[in-house]
Structure formats: C-alpha cells, structure tokens
Ligand binder design. Structure first.
Ligand code: UDX
Length: 461
C-alpha cells in the first residue's frame, strides 16, 4: 500500500512516466514493468512515438502521450539500419519530448512529482528529464551479461577483440575478460557498421550512469555472477526484477495481431512433441535460408508450429514466402501463423522445443516454461544469449554454419527425439523451477520489485 499522503485534502497520486523504445522486444518488457508498478498503486503515463505506437484501447488504465518526431522505421530491415534507427530515435523526438514532459510534470505538480523510467537506448530522454529535475530509472531489456558487454565495449576494442576481422580463428577466440563469450558471441556487425554499434552501446551505458538505477529483466537464478559484476562496477543500484512477464498479464502489448487458433491446433499433439519456430519481430532471412529452413523442418518429420511473420524475407509478400510443395509435404503435421501468442504457446504441454533467434524476451520466456531451444541467433545480443543457453544453462544447442536442410533436419531431431535433447529438456525443467523460485513468494525477483518500489518512493520530492 502507498503511504497516506495528501495535498490540500486530496490524496496525492504517485506517477510513474514510461518511455519505451518503439520496438516489440523493448515494448513488451516495458509494459510488463508498467503492469507491475500499476499493481503497486502507481499511476502510469506512457510516452510513445508515432512509429509502433501502442493501442491505448488495450490499456484503459494508462494515460498515453504521443511524442512527435518518429513516424517510420528504417527503410530496410538490415540490422545496421535498425541500430542506426535506434540511435536516431532519441534525437528525432528530443524537442517534442522536452515539451511533452514539461507539460506533464506541470500538470502533475499537485501530486508527487513523477519519476521517469526510460529505455536505456533513449539517452536524450534522460538528459531532458535531468534538466527538468525529474528523477530517472533505466530499463535495459537484454540480459545482465549483455549489458556488461555494452559497458566493456571500449575495452574489447582496445584489446583488439573488436571490430571483428572475420577470420575463423579470431571468431573462436575466448574473451577472457567476459567468460563464457567468444569473439563470435559479442555484439558485432560488419566492419563498416562498427561505429554505429559502438555509439549505441556507449549511449546506453551513459544513460544508465546518469540514471538513479538500472532495471534488468533477469533474475538471480539465471545471472547471479553477472549481476554481482554489474553491482560492483556501477555506482547506481541494479534491480533484477525479471522475468517480468511472470508478474504481468500476457500478450497485451503485441503490435501484431496474435493468431490464437494455433492454441487449439496444439491440443491434438502428445506432450513435448511439437517444435515451435519463431525468429522474433526483427530478424530477416534470405529466401534461400527460408527454403532450407522449410525443407529441414519438413524432412525432420516432427510436428511444428512456425511463425512466418510478414517481412521475414526481405522484399517478399507473405503469401509467397514458403517454397512450393512445402504445404503438401507437411500436411496434417504443421501449422504456419503470421504471429503467435508466444508465451501461451510455450506454456502448452504439446510444445517440446523452440527454434529461436534468442532475442532476450524469447529466451527468458522459453526458460520460464522449461522448453529447450534450438538456437539460431541473428544479431546484437542474440549470439551471447545463445552462448548462455548452450554452454552455461545447457538447455539447448546452437545451429551453426550455413543453413542447410540436412543439418537443420539433424539438429531438429537431436533436440526433439534424441536422448541428448531429452537431457536438455530435463535441465530446462530444473531451470524453470529455479527461476520460478525467484519469481515466487519471497523470491529474489519479488524482493527486487519491493526494493524498486521503495526506491521509486524515495525519489519523489
Ligand atoms: C529485439 C532483439 O532482437 C533482442 O535480441 C533484444 O534482446 C530485444 O529486442 P526481438 O528480436 O523482437 O527483440 O526478440 P525478442 O526479444 O525475443 O522479443 C520478441 C517478443 O515478441 C517476445 O516477447 C515474444 O513473446 C513476442 N512474440 C514473438 C509474439 O508475441 N509472437 C510471436 O509470434 C513471436
């Protein structure tokens, strides 16, 4: 319960202002955090760009404040462009955000002065808030290990790990300062894009350093050592409140419409028999890779639910994505949807494996349901997440090298029907329990949420 606090007889509301980065993988954890804080009695105000704007009708209890300046995404969906877009968003909406924030703070001034939680990628939001004397907290939506990697980026460049030259021996070099990473697990993009990646990490670290605290969507059972390292290296408190979807309602911040018919379809299959395949909201593949994926899935003989998002293959209409003959070859054994209610799919007893790109949300959602993974990371923090899945938690295997139907087929079988896969599934079951302890009564994530709420209260004037 909130402390009794009044202002001229009227109870003072306590406002938390949120500003998510407008990408699905960042919107979801921010809205889950909103759900948690709203449940603790805070009023929620969400600032958002016109690009990937949330639907206010789905969150009737929240107030939405549009911030002009960002109306479209990157022209192409190459990762270089996405990173450049992420860096550009803060600048594009800085002036409008300053006006909106000032107006909101003025309006709420009869209440407890608001605190802003912004995505760590929005450095300008932190700077604008500081000028208006609004305290800030940073939400970083990836793992603790990935943030440690952000912070270590200058060191990684200085020691010559980065930029990647692309030779095989360099890629396999262990990064002794950041175990268990190898060079290939680090956040890198082609040599030409090195600068923009460096800039984006540097800005996120700067945002955290100027904030009053770092909120991470992870937990003690997954990253105890990494969290301890961050607490040692950062001057601000770190709140390991994850996985946040365990504390908040499902699917309420999806930008695409989730096809729920797949849940009924799953009902017909025996426990742990179906492979769920999804590469998240951004990853893009060539049409050749899509063909190899399709024929590998077909050849494995395993039942599957596959999310083929519009835009999965650059410049291709959704209707012509799948190779000719694929449907006939897999009839009765597979379902393809444009977007799935992922957490509910992973929770379904029929799902026995997840072929994922290892976005942090997908990775955490899979772990929470005890589903082992076939890892095929594309960019950014995904390679590092896959490394943890395979070698730290040992709840999955990575599919490396060129995508080729034969190796795809073999990897799927290994995960779904071999003893190897069964062992990964057993470990995934154990990890699920360990994470459930963190999110359960008296668990570390709940304690961290209590501390976060207390901390937010202490920030109000
Ligand atoms: C991005 C980056 O890729 C990721 O590495 C980073 O950590 C966060 O931002 P994205 O690629 O979209 O995110 O992947 P992910 O982090 O897994 O987030 C995808 C979200 O969309 C998940 O919460 C997932 O449940 C949801 N989803 C995915 C659906 O609701 N339906 C689907 O069919 C697929």
């Amino acid at each position: 319960a909130m402390a009794a606090d009044t202002n001229g007889g009227r109870p003072r509301r306590r406002h938390v202002l949120l500003f998510p980065l407008p990408y699905q993988g960042h919107i979801n954890p921010m809205f889950r955090l909103a759900g948690v804080l709203h449940g603790r009695g805070f009023d929620i105000t969400v600032f958002h760009t016109d690009f990937n704007a949330p639907d206010p009708a789905r969150h009737p209890d929240y107030r939405f404040v549009p911030v002009a300046g960002v109306v479209s995404g990157p022209a192409t969906v190459s990762i270089e462009d996405v990173v450049a877009h992420i860096v550009a968003i803060g600048g594009a909406c800085e002036a409008a955000f300053r006006d909106r924030l000032a107006a909101v703070v003025e309006e709420y001034s009869r209440d407890a002065v608001a605190c802003l939680v912004a995505d760590a990628h929005l450095l300008q939001a932190f700077q604008v808030a500081a000028r208006l004397a609004v305290p800030t907290l940073a939400l970083r939506t990836g793992s603790a290990a990935s943030f440690a990697c952000f912070a270590a980026y200058p060191m990684l460049c200085e020691k010559g790990y980065l930029p990647v030259q692309g030779t095989d021996s360099q890629l396999e070099t262990p990064v002794v300062e950041l175990p268990p990473y190898r060079v290939r697990d680090l956040m890198h993009i082609g040599k030409n894009s090195h600068e923009v990646v460096r800039e984006s990490m540097e800005r996120a670290v700067a945002a955290v350093r100027v904030s009053s605290g770092l909120i991470l969507n992870t937990c003690d059972a997954l990253e105890r050592r990494e969290l301890a390292g961050l607490r040692r290296d950062l001057a601000v408190p770190v709140f390991d409140v994850g996985p946040l979807h365990k504390f908040s309602p499902v699917g309420d911040s999806s930008l695409l419409c989730q096809d729920r018919t797949c849940l009924d379809w799953l009902d017909q299959w025996p426990p742990a028999s179906v492979l769920y395949v999804s590469f998240g909201s951004l990853a893009c593949m060539s049409s050749q890779d899509l063909d190899e994926t399709a024929w590998g899935i077909a050849g494995s003989g395993v039942p599957f639910l596959w999310v083929v998002r519009p835009g999965l293959v650059r410049g291709c209409e959704a209707s012509q994505l799948l190779p000719e003959g694929f449907e006939a070859a897999t009839r009765g054994r597979g379902m393809v949807v444009a977007w799935a209610p992922q957490q509910e799919v992973l929770r379904h007893r029929a799902v026995g494996g997840f072929w994922t790109h290892n976005g942090w949300n997908s990775t955490a959602e899979s772990i929470c349901e005890g589903v082992p993974m076939l890892c095929r990371p594309y960019f950014g923090d995904q390679m590092g997440n896959a490394r943890y899945v395979e070698s730290v938690w040992r709840v999955g295997l990575e599919l490396t090298g060129e995508l080729e139907r034969g190796s795809v087929e073999a990897a799927i079988r290994r995960l779904m029907t071999d003893t190897d896969g069964a062992e990964m599934r057993a470990r995934a079951g154990e990890l699920k329990k360990a994470v459930a302890e963190c999110t359960g009564k008296g668990g570390s994530s709940r304690v961290a949420i209590d501390k976060l709420v207390e901390h937010i209260m202490s920030l109000y004037k």
